[in-house]
Design a protein around this ligand. Structure first.
Ligand code: FES
Length: 119
């Protein structure tokens, strides 16, 4: 089962209303798109990454997870310990078998974060 299978990730640029300068390294923020999709956003070694926040296994909140893995680039779900690479949103350890929706990220002219689903 994939808990994100029926979610509507934005395919056009969506402004999340989160200021880029407010993002701290490995301190994820969750923002909701106008369509109600929860996006996990974090700064990681200077770059900003975004993916779905609802664990594809059983819906755990990834923003409450723990940083693990080589270079601490994976977030471990707080419910059953699935691991997702924040850089590409792929599963690096089960029980989840599906990756998260992954997003491209850009900063708008006003300094806020915008995302859209990666093709
Ligand atoms: S809900 Fe995330 S691993 Fe089960």
């Amino acid at each position: 089962m994939n808990r994100q299978a029926w979610s509507q990730a934005p395919t056009k640029w969506a402004n999340l209303g989160v200021a880029e300068k407010a993002l701290e390294d490995r301190k994820p923020v969750v923002a909701k798109t106008k369509s109600g999709f929860d996006v996990f956003i974090t700064r990681l070694d200077g770059a900003i990454y975004a993916m779905g926040n609802t664990c594809t296994h059983a819906g755990g909140p990834l923003n409450e997870g723990t940083w693990v893995g080589r270079d601490r680039c994976e977030i471990q779900c707080p419910w059953h310990a699935s691991r997702f690479c924040v850089k590409d949103a792929e599963v690096h350890g089960g029980p989840a078998t599906f990756g998260e929706p992954a997003f491209e990220v850009r900063t708008a002219a006003d300094g806020t974060i915008e995302v859209r689903a990666r093709p």
